[in-house]
Design a protein around this ligand. Structure first.
Ligand code: COA
Length: 387
């Protein structure tokens, strides 16, 4: 039985800041951000959006009533959760109108979380093929204003529906994974911005890639020439480019050119959104599937997932004939083009307006065009609604 990704949905708020303008405001050469980091636009998250609303907005683009009936497990991967006890998945299940006879949990391991969710979901579907699992990767990447990490911020949510006989990507059973206790990126309780040793983190990313790729080839016998595309976790798109260069260093020229071309399709949307932490790899998958003109049924796609702290996995899947249908007719190029540019000053104001540890505050959500919004907090309870 084939098990894998049946549908893929994405949401990011309709605001962005231009990286050239941000570079000027920070006295940096714009090419540092555009080429050196590989980012062109960065999603700006208004206070009326958080991981729950973004996840609901992403899931809404893909779920039919039949899907909702079949879902009996919701795995919400995030490292920007809104509560230390209650799972974001419980709010989400209610907003989406899912059955009450489900499991709904939150899962965390930095940017690796959604991959862990997808792997666990496959095991669930293997036991219960008539059921589907909704896996969410939703985050707001925050390093702080005027920090080195600032140009690698962003945010959004990816919704991944896992099921039997999937429309999009049938996942291979064998994968290679690796975990070591590393302090490259973390966020202590109570802190709203991540702590990061960026250069160290980049080196560890590449070291883990080397490790899981070697282990993967030993387990499966597959080689780089067997892949039509390889996707990378993209905290910023230059990081994936470094990973790709490492992977194709000894590849034959035909494979190297093919993988480099597909990588450009795969990073297109990430360049325009920025980092969504655990959803980034899956936004890259969506970007590849929407933008590539070469890929067709039977293509093998490799996925390298990395989460600081640190954990990595390399796995793969085979593209299915109806893979375009899994995007449910969404044109994400257009969605991203229709966003409104905010000035650097407006971005800074919105950055400081996020609701954290607030007891009571009502928000004016009418300017937020998304279906699901955060209307405020009352007595520390977040007020979500669909409008
Ligand atoms: N034109 C083209 N490239 C330029 C440039 C210019 N004018 N100026 C600088 N660059 C290049 C640098 O050579 C460097 O490239 P390299 O990485 O290939 O060497 C790149 O731009 C970044 O410059 P650098 O001086 O290293 O930037 P920085 O010290 O400000 O930090 C990060 C960059 C990515 C380390 C920082 O943004 C960060 O820590 N981000 C958090 C990312 C992270 O760790 N996420 C979690 C891991 S998954």
């Amino acid at each position: 039985m084939k098990i894998g990704i049946d549908k893929l949905g994405f949401f990011t708020p309709d605001l962005y800041v231009d990286m050239t303008e941000l570079a000027h405001a920070r006295n940096e050469d714009p090419n540092k951000y555009l080429i050196g980091i590989g980012q062109e636009k960065m999603a700006v998250i208004p206070p009326t959006q958080d991981v729950v609303t973004m996840a609901a907005n992403a899931a809404k683009t893909i779920l039919t009533d039949k899907d909702k009936e079949q879902i009996d497990l919701v795995i919400f991967a995030t490292e920007s959760g809104i509560d230390n006890s209650k799972a974001s998945a419980v709010y989400l299940a209610r907003l989406l109108g899912l059955n009450a006879d489900i499991r709904a949990i939150e899962l965390k391991q930095a940017c690796y979380g959604a991959t862990a969710g997808i792997q666990l979901a496959q095991e669930h579907v293997a036991l219960f093929p008539e059921h589907k699992v909704l896996v969410i990767g939703a985050d707001i990447a925050r390093y702080g204003l005027r920090t080195p990490g600032e140009p690698t911020q962003g945010g959004g949510a990816v919704a991944v529906l896992i099921g039997a006989d999937p429309k999009m990507l049938a996942l291979d059973r064998k994968s290679a994974y690796y975990t070591r206790d590393i302090m490259d990126f973390w966020r202590p309780l109570g802190k709203t911005e991540a702590m990061v040793d960026g250069k160290y983190s980049s080196n560890i990313y590449l070291e883990f890639l080397e490790h899981v790729w070697t282990s993967y080839t030993q387990k499966t016998g597959l080689k780089i020439k067997d892949f039509d595309a390889v996707l990378f976790h993209l905290p910023y798109t230059k990081m994936g480019l470094k990973g790709l260069r490492q992977l194709i260093a000894d590849a034959d020229p035909v494979s190297a050119v093919r993988l480099a071309q597909e990588f450009e399709h795969a990073r297109k949307f990430n360049r325009l959104v920025g980092n969504l932490y655990t959803g980034s790899l899956y936004l890259s998958l969506l970007s590849l599937l929407q933008n590539s003109e070469q890929l067709s049924a039977g293509a093998r796609i490799g996925l390298f997932s990395y989460g600081s702290g640190a954990e990595a996995e390399f796995y793969a899947g085979v593209l299915q004939a109806s893979f375009k249908e899994g995007l449910m007719g969404m044109d994400y190029e257009q969605v991203l083009q229709q966003r409104r540019k905010v000035s650097v000053a407006e971005y800074e104001e919105l950055f400081n307006k996020q609701l954290y540890n607030t007891e009571t505050k009502l928000l004016d959500y009418h300017a937020d065009a998304a279906s699901f919004v955060l209307a405020g907090v009352k007595g520390y309870q977040r007020q979500y609604l669909e409008h």
